[in-house]
Design a binder for this molecule. Structure first.
Ligand code: SF4
Length: 213
């Protein structure tokens, strides 16, 4: 990356972190996975019960492995052979986790978090429940405002995610969203988090590279 692009990105990240702060959300910037793990260890100090939301970013950065190997009670929704009833129990237990870790579909420069969810199990604990919420986001997740966030998520993230989940939806054939009413539709819950009563309950860690989609 050349110095001028780096300058632009730094300015964008500074703006985003500063606006998150106005919404009682703490923002961090880390260069790479090594710095991410160091920060995560600090933030998880004294926290034992950890839940996670569906996120490719957490796999790409090694966060899932890190929690599995750590001295935590991991509410592991990805456990091999898990039944749908066990998954449901994990989703309910996530509300009382010490920390819930997830990605976010988009993060606006105005300091807002924008997400689309299928059954709400990822976005609901972001909003309420766990003592601490940590969201890990690649620089590709930063957009100007909510309009851009919605465009990005509906026309890019959601069709790719529907494909990953092998859903029978129009977007998995066409490669773009037609706002379907399909039974397999993954776009059921649209959430904007613009603030929190509890200061710094939500923490956003921006990693200096593209991650997830
Ligand atoms: S609304 Fe339907 S077509 Fe659009 S991205 Fe979601 S699942 Fe795909």
């Amino acid at each position: 990356m050349d110095d001028h692009t780096l300058w632009y990105l730094n300015k964008q990240i500074e703006r985003t972190i500063s606006n998150l702060k106005k919404h009682n959300i703490k923002g961090f910037f880390v260069k790479d996975e090594n710095e991410l793990m160091t920060l995560l260890k600090e933030l998880l100090n004294g926290h034992s019960v950890i839940g996670v939301g569906d996120s490719m970013t957490l796999f790409e950065t090694g966060v899932i492995d890190f929690i599995r190997k750590g001295n935590y009670t991991f509410l592991d929704k990805y456990k091999k052979g898990i039944t749908s009833e066990e998954k449901r129990e994990i989703y309910i237990r996530n509300f009382s986790a010490d920390t819930f870790i997830s990605g976010t579909n988009a993060l606006t420069e105005e300091g807002e978090l924008y997400n689309i969810d299928g059954n709400g199990s990822r976005v609901a604990p972001m909003i309420y429940g766990p003592k601490q919420v940590i969201l890990v986001a690649g620089i590709n997740k930063i957009v100007k405002n909510i309009d851009e966030a919605e465009k990005r998520v509906r026309n890019y993230s959601a069709p790719i995610d529907a494909k990953r989940l092998n859903k029978n939806t129009p977007c998995t054939a066409l490669g773009y969203c037609v706002d379907c009413k399909s039974p397999d539709r993954i776009c059921n819950d649209f959430t904007i988090i613009r603030g929190q009563f509890i200061k710094d309950r939500i923490k956003v860690i921006i990693v200096g590279k593209p991650l997830g989609y």
